[in-house]
Design a protein around this ligand. Sequence first.
Ligand SMILES: [Cu+2]
Length: 179
Amino acid sequence: MDFTNKGKWISAVLVVVAGLTLPAFTTPAAPKPERRDFSIVARKYAYDPPIIKVNQGDEVHVKFASRDVTHGFFMEGYDVEALSEAGKSTILFRHPSMTGNFTPADEIIFTADKRGKFRYRCSMTCGYMHPFMLGVMIVQPNSLFGQALGLMTGILLAGFILVWPAGKITPKAPEGARS
Ligand SMILES: [Cu+2]
């Protein structure tokens, strides 16, 4: 009937809208930065962990330490470089394009404002496998994923509501017709 169809459409639209707006309450809004702490240990010829994941806009803090010889940490695309001498808790840090001078620091700090995959690699020749000393930072879009997920759930639920055979749930026959 016309009325039930209208009701179905309204509830379908409401479900889609709910799906779209729900992530706004469950996940942080895109511009809201979050502090992310990592501890990366360097050794011949690898980083532990080899992969770090952050959201776009996050403020990334990396405690960087070497386990054997002096290793470097250069983050592609972020103008960030650090050196760590084994056994030392402080690192040497610089923005290669800006000053060129290393200054002592406790940790590597930068804002992950660019989306994508960025390699971090050793910038201090540390042995024959040095060119292969690599890690990857993945910067994910902040809120788009949550919104896409919400939209998908909303559309799926709306589809169920629309397809659901309402006529079979509410008996159309008059009361007396049932025996
Ligand atoms: Cu190296």
